[in-house]
Design a protein around this ligand. Structure first.
Ligand SMILES: C[S@@+](CC[C@H](N)C(=O)[O-])C[C@H]1O[C@@H](n2cnc3c(N)ncnc32)[C@H](O)[C@@H]1O
Length: 361
């Protein structure tokens, strides 16, 4: 299956396959009824990345077949948001008219929002000069977009390097800055479902929250309302800065965030190592009832796996059922699965996003 192929008539059957596979794979953990969250069958991805191919006077967007690895040209990308599709061809026709914009352009990346913002990164095999800048500024104005030019050791931000997304969760709207080239959940609609699910799961739990892998504060902003205080950690500097902005944007004042890897944070919690990055944070002042983790595909490392077992409640969001299963082998020695959910972030692919809520036995 390829991201470029969208087959709405097959969506229900493909989701049903994922559901039965998930039930089968996780039944050994004595799971309750699987909660299922569907995607929109089309226009669900807020981001897209295309190679650019030049032939004669024309230029084309290209993707690669995931099985044959062969490139193919496209002029629409139905998985992408309406805004991406609306921009694709008018932008390319304009680029074709301007040699300075077109020459040695090899990749374009689109980052869009549900509110219609669009940030376009144009990647070149040449250095970008003032003539390029003037032409790109014109393109920016014509299409009401924001452009970033990239070349070797060069990043030209014409306006700003982020978009502001609006997400609606259980009737409340949250604002998020999403920065170019940093992690954000690609499927905005399913992200809203994930945030709503996590919010409902944490409803009524008291005490403080510890969150690892918090990214730009996607979950933090929503969950902060459920807890007295939140301590959040994340490895990427860009995401930590973005999270700070998002706490301000959403008027959230009970969160402290530290730029630490989960491995480093585990060392700090086990009092094995002191970190200057934690000097303003009194770890002992937190009465953590709940830990929330949303790791990358590799899942939790052994130290973090042991750390999460110290807390009464565990919320685990996973983009890789394989590593989730491995981590659950250990975690379910001390905790019971209370809720389990499948979020279809990636329709028409084999990828599955999951949520698990566990409490201490
Ligand atoms: C799946 S994303 C989730 C981010 C966030 N929860 C969200 O919903 O947008 C995983 C995050 O973990 C961060 N990360 C990757 N490896 C890490 C590590 N070893 N320690 C801490 N954070 C890490 C990445 O920078 C990324 O922001």
């Amino acid at each position: 299956m390829s991201l470029a192929v969208v087959e709405p008539e097959k969506y229900a059957a493909q989701l049903a396959e994922k559901v039965s596979l998930t039930r089968e794979e996780f039944q050994a953990f004595d799971i309750p009824e699987l909660e299922i969250f569907r995607s929109r069958p089309e226009h669900y991805r807020m981001r897209a990345e295309f190679r650019i191919w030049h032939e004669g006077e024309h230029s084309f967007y290209r993707m690669f077949d995931s099985e044959t690895k062969q490139p193919f040209s496209i002029d629409q990308f139905p998985a992408g948001s309406e805004r991406i599709n609306q921009l694709m061809m008018p932008l390319m026709r304009d680029i074709e008219q301007h040699e300075i914009l077109r020459k040695r352009l090899f990749q374009m990346e689109f980052l869009t929002t549900q509110t219609g913002e669009a940030l376009i990164s144009m990647l070149y095999h040449k250095q970008l000069n003032d003539v390029w800048k003037v032409a790109a500024e014109k393109l920016q104005t014509t299409h009401n977009i924001r452009i970033i030019g990239r070349a070797r050791k060069q990043k030209v931000v014409l306006d700003r390097d982020y978009v502001v997304e609006s997400l609606k969760v259980l009737g409340k709207t949250y604002q998020y800055t999403q920065v170019e080239n940093s992690f954000t959940q690609p499927n905005a609609g399913v992200n809203e479902h994930m945030l709503g699910w996590a919010s409902r799961v944490c409803d009524g739990i008291k005490g403080d929250l510890l969150e690892l892998y918090c990214g730009n504060g996607n979950f933090t902003c929503v969950l902060a309302n459920h807890f007295d205080k939140v301590l959040a950690t994340e490895i990427s500097k860009t995401s930590v800065n973005s999270a700070h902005n998002n706490f301000k944007l959403n008027n959230i004042q009970n969160v402290q965030i530290a730029r630490l890897s989960s491995e480093e944070f585990t060392q700090a919690m086990n009092r094995e190592r002191l970190f200057r990055r934690l000097q303003d944070i009194d770890l002992d002042s937190y009465q953590v009832s709940t830990i929330f983790v949303d790791p990358p595909r590799a899942g939790l490392d052994a130290g973090t796996e042991t750390l999460v077992q110290n807390f009464d409640n565990i919320v685990y969001i996973s983009c890789n059922p394989e590593t989730l299963k491995q981590n659950l082998e250990k975690i379910t020695e001390t905790h019971t699965v209370q809720r389990i959910a499948l979020f279809d972030q990636f329709p028409y692919t084999h990828h599955r996003e999951m949520g698990v809520f566990l409490t201490r036995k």
